[in-house]
Design a protein around this ligand. Structure first.
Ligand code: RIB
Ligand code: CA
Length: 310
């Protein structure tokens, strides 16, 4: 029996690899992609999501959601992902249709319709769609089985400010709603994604697959690696979002701690910081499995084996 998931996403080359990994894995039933504004504006993230589904050969429905954070101006990341959000390889214009229903309505309707506890939400971008659905229909919150998300940073500190990771920083109020919702949370922060670095060998393995997916993944990686290697002086770049899907497939690849995590929404200096009570000094109720370790080679072995199936 495959696990039903909805991927909320702001593609983003790393989102694209995560989506392809999910679509290649029979353990998962991807009910839909819900696009959110983040790396690039919504008009591009929904278009990119449709292009990725088309590249996979699947028919997964794509919904467009919120085009701006709950209370703030949208901050984007073209400097990392390029103007299109999927720079690296030209893809055909998408013919895969966009669903008419708003992604937030889709999330509410689906969580009300499907059996309670049967759906896992996998946010890979700012949490605006999820938070909006929870605000509009609080009755769906206890019906969510689990949220496995990419976002936050604690020991690794921020990537968009000294204190904050991009997905949380873009919409800290949305993140606050999700982290206080009471839904079981598994968080993949930069602490773990910065240990899941690509390598030349792996990129060449992708290219050697000789498939459109292998070529796209190699070209996307070549493109988005340039920013992180220049900034951090690292060999290779972090594949953030695929950590979420890899966890669903092989949780033993990851290690972390169940702690309290709260979101800074007041201070301009540390806005969007995920304050993880790693040493349990506050007595605040643990609300998140906050990951810190990954078997990097096992992660890439899984990625290669699955992407080769598309
Ligand atoms: O900070 C990394 C996160 O921000 C990733 O999800 C990336 O795709 C961007 O959304
Ligand atoms: Ca993302």
């Amino acid at each position: 029996m495959s696990r039903k998931i909805i991927i909320d996403t702001d593609p983003g080359q790393d989102d694209a690899v995560a989506i392809l990994l999910a679509l290649a894995s029979p353990e998962l039933e991807v009910l839909a992609l819900t696009a959110v504004a983040g790396n690039v504006p919504l008009a591009l993230t929904e278009r990119n999501a449709r292009q990725i589904v088309q590249l996979s050969g699947h028919q997964t429905p794509v919904y467009a959601g919120c085009d701006a954070p709950l209370k703030r101006k949208l901050v984007t990341a073209e400097y990392v992902h390029g103007r299109s959000g999927l720079d690296g390889i030209p893809l055909p214009d998408p013919t895969h249709p966009l669903q008419a229903e708003h992604a937030v309505d889709y999330l509410i309707d689906t969580l009300r319709r499907e059996p309670s506890g049967s759906i896992t939400l996998c946010p890979l971008g700012p949490l605006t769609n999820i938070a909006t659905a929870f605000q509009r229909a609080p009755d769906i919150i206890p019906r969510v089985a689990e949220i496995v998300l990419m976002g936050g940073a604690y020991f690794e500190v921020g990537n968009v400010t000294p204190a904050a990771e991009f997905n949380i920083y873009v919409d800290p109020e949305a993140a606050d709603i999700v982290f206080k919702s009471g839904v079981p949370l598994v968080v993949m922060p930069l602490d773990v994604t910065h240990k899941a670095l690509t390598s030349r060998e792996w990129v060449e393995e992708m290219r050697a697959l000789g498939t459109p997916v292998g070529q796209a993944v190699a070209s996307w990686t070549d493109f988005f690696e340039r920013f992180d290697t220049a900034k951090y002086g690292s060999q290779g770049a972090p594949l953030h979002d695929p950590c979420v899907i890899a966890y669903l497939l092989e949780p033993a690849l990851f290690s972390g701690r169940h702690v309290n995590v709260e979101i800074e929404t007041g201070s301009e200096l540390t806005l969007g910081m995920t304050v993880a009570d790693w040493w349990r000094v506050t007595g605040r109720e643990p609300n998140a499995m906050f990951m810190g370790g990954v078997d990097r080679d096992g992660f890439y072995r899984l990625l290669t084996e699955r992407l080769a199936r598309l």
